[in-house]
Design a protein around this ligand. Structure first.
Ligand code: PMP
Length: 458
């Protein structure tokens, strides 16, 4: 009864992110009630294994009491502190210093946001200011990856290259461009990773040259393309992109909103290729989803260019009421302590082979065309024909059905529209949790394979 009235209120009044409004009004949602460790409980009492860490954010798992304690303490001591007109707070300062210590050595300054989209938006605004302040007025063009995701705010949504974020929103802007994403499985270079890297370098170079390097501000990329289908580039790709940006004289920006904070193995994915970006964005794992927070970090070159250029006015007019929120910052510090001293990062690294083995074993399933993984970030790509890699007809709306079959089997993962299943288990997963995940996933895939519509499409 209570559930029915909640459902009704949700359908009538709550707009859900990235949803079909009318479909939502018809179908409603699964209302989640509580969580513990890696398990979710919905309002009907169903227990679900969370294989997506909420929205690839709850890296430390649910129910970490020390985070709750730190947040409560900060709320009673100082629930809010402005960063405007000469004020600050202890946890914000400490977290900024901590991040500078933990990220690539190029990054020395931090601006805190509420999440990833506004971290990207802030990066773009600072880049614009930097180029204006240093007299590079022509540098207005941006390049990002096809299938990349850089948030859904006004400018970043144009760097994002997914159809539903563009349609009817009047983006991308004429100054926003995309090059192919390093999608090994669907490229002619499937067995030649170096060939794919060389092709990416050439495409970026050609794009910059066609626009004129003096007109290009920056190249944005994710170390692993996340929302575009967990596309893992070959090793060496990120470094090659950095080198190309350096030789072309454009800024290199790495969006680590998903990959940051232990998701791919090291604390930041940049570490695995010794990459030193000019700017880096993060969010999600920074506070592990317990409270909202994101950040953009920048090199001293960008910071000093902004600080010392011949400015239009003396104030850099970029800010938000909740930038460097003390409760979020206190949570961020505790979350980082859990990753490092608390052993969560080490756990993630030690269980990653179970994840890899489980995904690799699925390659034999008749529905599975490809599996890919880096650390605890992974995907299973379903195809109608393994030989030709023919995808299922989108008219089948298979991904929604897969999501609900997963739910019936007590498993939560992300079914992207092109039948790529995304997985981002909490970094606290145990070997036993992976066994449970793959049992439930196998059952789910077998069930999908038995659907008459799927049989007919294969
Ligand atoms: N960048 C990347 C790489 C992301 O994956 C996301 C979110 N999935 C964002 C930016 C936007 O973050 P948010 O949803 O917190 O605004």
């Amino acid at each position: 009864m209570f559930e029915d009235s909640l459902q009704e209120l949700d359908r009538r009044h709550l707009i859900h992110p990235v949803s079909n409004f009318r479909e939502h009004q018809k179908k409603g949602v699964t209302v989640l009630k509580s969580a513990d460790g890696v398990w979710l409980t919905d309002i009907k009492g169903n227990r679900l294994l969370d294989a997506f860490a909420g929205l690839w954010c709850v890296n430390v798992g649910y129910g970490q009491q020390s985070i709750v304690d730190v947040a409560a303490k900060q709320m009673s001591e100082l629930p809010y502190a402005t960063g405007y007109f000469g004020f600050g707070s202890v946890p914000a300062i400490e977290l900024a210093a901590k991040l500078v210590e933990l990220t690539p050595s190029s990054l020395e300054h931090v601006y805190f946001t509420l999440g990833g989209s506004d971290a990207v938006e802030s990066a773009i605004r600072y880049i614009t200011y930097y180029h204006e302040a240093t007299g590079q007025h022509q540098k207005k063009h941006y390049i990002a990856l096809d299938r990349g995701y850089h948030g859904s705010l006004t400018t970043g949504a144009g760097l994002t290259a997914l159809r539903v974020f563009h349609e009817n929103f009047r983006v991308p802007l004429p100054t926003q461009h995309h090059i192919s994403c390093p999608y090994l499985y669907r490229s002619p270079f499937q067995n030649d990773p170096d060939g794919l890297i060389a092709a990416s370098v050439k495409e970026l170079t050609d794009k910059v040259e066609s626009l004129g390097a003096e007109n290009v501000a920056a190249f944005f990329c994710e170390p692993v393309v996340g929302s575009g289908g967990v596309i893992v580039p070959p090793k060496g790709w990120l470094k090659a992109m950095e080198n190309t940006c350096r030789s072309l004289g454009i800024l290199f920006v790495v969006d680590e909103v998903i990959t940051g904070l232990g998701r791919t193995g090291p604390l930041f994915a940049c570490e695995s290729e010794d990459v030193k970006p000019d700017l880096l964005t993060m969010a999600k794992g920074l506070t592990s989803g317990y409270v909202p927070m994101g950040a953009v970090m920048m090199s001293d070159r960008i910071y000093s260019g902004i600080a010392d250029g011949p400015r239009v006015s003396s104030i850099v007019g970029h800010g938000q009421t909740y930038s460097a929120h003390p409760v979020s910052a206190a949570v961020g510090l505790e979350v980082i302590r859990l990753y490092t001293e608390g052993g969560i990062l080490a756990n993630a690294q030690s269980v990653a082979p179970y994840f890899e083995a489980g995904l690799t074993a699925l390659k034999d399933h008749p529905l599975v065309g490809d599996t890919r993984q880096k650390g605890l970030l992974g995907a299973v790509e379903l195809v109608a024909d393994k030989e030709t890699k023919r995808p299922f007809d989108p008219a089948l709306k298979l991904s929604e059905r897969i999501g609900s079959i997963g739910y019936e089997n007590g498993l939560v993962f992300r079914a992207f529209s092109d039948n790529i299943l995304g997985f981002a288990p909490a970094l606290t997963y145990t070997a036993r949790n992976f066994e449970e995940l793959f049992q439930r996933l196998q059952k789910t895939l077998d069930h999908v394979h038995d659907l008459a519509a799927v049989r007919m499409a294969m």
